[in-house]
Design a protein around this ligand. Structure first.
Ligand code: NDP
Length: 250
């Protein structure tokens, strides 16, 4: 593969599994140095060794994005270590399913904290260094639940709709500084996302949904991320929806 991203530095949140892990690998394969973040430090160490074997530099930054200080420091430590930050991929996220009437409000808040505010923290911290460089890429992993909704997904869908709105507002603020912002909305993608669902029945249903024949592979979402950041500087792919071909829903 041509190393189109050699010399660039990426920070990927949610890198301990799924789309974030695949994104970190794909960006490294394209030549970027990588900072990886998530709560499970053991997983990050395994990924670090895997990425180092690709011949790029890796910084593991274990931590919880719900903690504003830790999320902000992930950006600051990346910049301090590598001297810059070119690409920020926010893939840390959790799912929640349940009715509005029966919702556990602590879980509702948790979904907003991880999926929305966790991303706000890293974006807020990344803008100043990216402005100073005169360029940067921020890719926020949203969902098909960010463009439509249905019963039982109120919290998750609200977090992703809000993430889309925040991201596009930010895009309009920072584009003049050379910073590109993209919202990426995957459909069913085979990852560990179902494990974050507390209700066992919903967890099993989503597990089946994301592992069904024809579900997208995390590496295929990652390939799209490399494509997005590889565009000529004047081109900002601001919104991208990727879902299984077999998904014929609106
Ligand atoms: P995974 O569960 O495989 O990955 C989620 C990642 O988020 C893990 O690395 C997890 O790491 C991290 N994470 C969760 N909570 C926190 C936290 N509080 N602080 C730091 N990191 C955290 O699922 P996916 O890869 O599928 O999910 C990635 C994104 O894709 C999510 O935003 C999800 O909503 C979105 N998405 C996924 C779809 C799918 O079908 N898979 C479809 C649409 C959207 P750790 O537990 O180690 O902290």
């Amino acid at each position: 593969m041509t190393k189109t991203l050699t010399g660039r530095v990426a920070l990927v949140t949610g890198a301990s599994s799924g789309i974030g892990e695949a994104a970190a690998i794909a960006l490294a394969q394209a030549g970027a140095d990588i900072a990886i973040s998530a709560r499970r430090a053991d997983r990050l160490e395994v990924l670090k060794a895997k990425i180092e074997a690709l011949g790029v530099k890796v910084l593991a930054l274990p931590g919880d994005v719900v903690d504003e200080k830790i999320a902000t420091e992930a950006v600051e430590k990346t910049v301090a270590h590598f001297g810059k930050l070119d690409i920020l991929v926010n893939s840390a996220g959790i799912m929640h399913m349940g009715t509005t009437e029966g919702t556990d409000l602590a879980e509702f808040r948790r979904v907003m904290d991880v999926n929305l505010l966790g991303t706000v923290y890293t974006c807020k911290a990344a803008i100043a260094p990216m402005k100073a460089q005169g360029r940067g890429d921020i890719i926020n992993i949203s969902s098909q639940a960010g463009r439509k909704t249905g019963p039982m997904v109120g919290a998750y869908s609200a977090s992703k709709h809000a993430l889309n709105a925040m991201s596009d507002s930010m895009r309009q603020e920072v584009g003049g500084h050379g910073i590109r912002v993209c919202v990426l909305m995957p459909g069913a993608t085979t990852t560990e996302v179902a494990t974050s669902i507390s209700d066992p029945n919903f967890r099993a249903a989503i597990q089946t949904h994301v592992t069904k024949d024809g579900a997208v592979a995390a590496s295929e979402i990652a390939d799209a991320i490399v494509f997005i950041v590889s565009q000529p500087q004047r081109v900002n792919i601001d919104l991208i929806s990727i879902r299984p071909t077999i998904d014929t829903s609106p």
